[in-house]
Design a protein around this ligand. Structure first.
Ligand code: ZN
Length: 531
């Protein structure tokens, strides 16, 4: 229909330059940390969202969608329908939510843990919890790191209530349910999937954690019953502590991890030189301390923000972020603007994870940075144990985040401090510090900046294992065991053709089917890491 085509053309002409401005403003703000840069970003974001508050246009899109075909035009209308729907709210509310979340993100970015008169960066906290054998010091670092929760709690709860108010005004029971529906997911499907994963991981996790706790207790000279959150190196126990005699960092200490990642991607036929040239990769005062990838314009300007140090964490992070980046870079440039995006956030996470996993893969380390012959067997054994345990630990941690967010939006007035620790004890088997009643949940930035998103990391792991299985059996033709991706351009070709190119032209379930020949399911993840 001409009228639809004319509308889409005009719409894209309006939002394409604006969304580029929004992305650039976010990029600049997270690098400078300046309040006025965040303010500029917030203003532009509000301006972009305001486009979608137009009720008249929303009604037209809804009408056109009801008799649209399955083609590219129909798909664009589907995407627009959801974007308009989520914005059919009072503009003052949109503005307030955007400002509030931007302000809290800024508080996280500029927060520095204070311990014994020193200010610690995120990297300092991570290093202290990795290296210090002084349990009392570890506790002070852990508590100071968590204290950001107390600083942001009130504003975060205000934001949560506001999000719920908005969801109800659009006819959803709460913001959690709305967010899933608007991203083409369903709360009940997700709950079923997480229950199945809980069932498949509970016992293996309990056994593995017993072994882990024994090693940690020995390290600190205490009983396993006295282990507390600060004994597990990661502040949320979302990663595995390095207790099993394998120091991956040493393989990267004398390497330029950015260059290692670049060589790897080029070897599988995926170009990243232009991405790295646009990126901002090293620590700066005021700069956001996490890492992310951003497609600025859907025309090839894809960037990574990072705070690289030459260790395994940052090697893995660079592989992960560049995974997001190559996905964006290789989306079919002929697709209309609205479809030049990854199929779903969990699909881009899957690609990022498929590559992020490699920094701890013995074969990959050997091929990319070299391992002395006598160490090889030991490294292979330990890296396998490590990846199994880390995946188990991560899968259990995801249960906490996903279930907590559901509870948070279902009842923001409940005892959240207690609910958080109930989940941590039940799913991660980490006991709460005695008598602790602090908003430790509010110290997790994702609740602010990426609400109702965390489940996508787990779905990403499932899809990554599914893709890995397809690559092994259909591309690398591995007979038994695991063939390395290194230097194999067929790996890049497969991903480009089967995953990246399609962009958002199909619903995600069709993409998963197209790429792997089966629907999204936990089987390959369980086979790879749990059995
Ligand atoms: Zn990611």
């Amino acid at each position: 229909m001409t009228v639809v085509r004319d509308f889409l053309d005009a719409h894209i002409a309006r939002i394409e330059p604006l969304s580029r401005e929004v992305n650039l403003a976010y990029w600049n703000a997270t690098i400078s940390g300046h309040a006025d840069d965040f303010e500029r970003y917030a203003q532009l974001e509000v301006e972009l969202q305001r486009v979608y508050t137009n009720a008249h246009e929303f009604e037209s899109v809804k009408r056109w969608l009801s008799d649209a075909s399955d083609g590219l035009q129909g798909r664009q209308l589907e995407i627009l329908y959801r974007t308009y729907l989520r914005n059919q709210i009072d503009p003052a509310q949109i503005e307030e939510m955007t400002r509030l979340s931007s302000k809290i993100v800024q508080s996280f970015g500029t927060y520095r843990a204070r311990v014994d008169g020193n200010q610690l960066t995120g990297n300092d906290v991570r290093n202290a919890l990795k290296q210090s054998s002084d349990a009392a010091y570890r506790r002070r670092v852990w508590e100071a790191d968590k204290a950001v929760g107390r600083e942001v709690r009130d504003e975060l709860l205000k934001l949560v209530r506001l999000r719920n108010q908005v969801a109800r005004s659009l006819g959803f029971s709460d913001y959690y349910v709305m967010s899933l529906e608007l991203s083409e997911q369903r709360a009940q499907d997700l709950a079923g999937l997480f229950d199945r994963l809980d069932g498949a991981t509970r016992e293996p996790f309990a056994r593995a954690k017993e072994e882990l706790d024994a090693a940690l207790a020995q390290r600190y000279g205490i009983a396993t019953a006295d282990l507390r959150p600060w004994h597990y190196e990661d502040p949320f126990f979302q990663e595995m502590p390095r207790v099993f005699d394998v120091d991956f960092d040493r393989y990267y200490r004398d390497q330029d991890v950015v260059d290692v990642a670049r060589r790897f991607f080029e070897g599988i036929g995926l170009e990243v030189r232009d991405i790295l040239a646009h990126s901002d990769l090293y620590e700066k005062p005021g700069k956001e301390q996490h890492a992310y990838c951003l497609d600025i314009d859907r025309r090839g300007d894809v960037r990574v923000l990072a705070n690289v140090q030459h260790d395994e964490t940052w090697a893995g992070t660079m592989l992960h972020e560049l995974g997001h980046a190559v996905y964006d870079r290789y989306i079919d440039a002929e697709l209309p603007f609205l479809l030049r995006e990854h199929a779903h956030v969990f699909a881009t996470e899957a690609i990022a994870m498929l590559f992020g996993r490699l920094s701890k893969d013995a074969q990959w380390i050997d091929r990319m940075v070299g391992v002395q012959v006598p160490e090889r067997e030991h490294l292979a054994r330990e890296s396998e144990r490590n990846s199994r345990l880390s995946q188990l630990i991560f899968a259990r941690w995801c249960q906490v985040m996903v279930r907590f967010e559901r509870a948070l939006y279902a009842n923001p007035d409940g005892d959240l401090n207690d609910a958080w620790w109930d989940l941590v004890e039940h799913y991660q088997a980490v006991p709460r510090p005695d008598g602790r009643d602090e908003p430790d949940w509010a110290a997790k930035i994702h609740i602010v900046s990426a609400p109702v998103y965390y489940h996508n990391y787990m779905l990403g792991e499932l899809f990554a294992s599914q893709l890995d299985h397809s690559l092994q059996t259909r591309v690398l033709r591995a007979n038994n065991g695991h063939e390395s991706f290194v230097g194999n351009r067929a790996v890049g070709d497969f991903l480009r053709e089967r995953v990246f190119a399609a962009g958002k032209r199909w619903h995600w379930d069709k993409l998963v089917q197209h790429a792997t020949g089966e629907p999204l399911n936990p089987q390959h993840f369980v086979e790879q890491y749990v059995r």
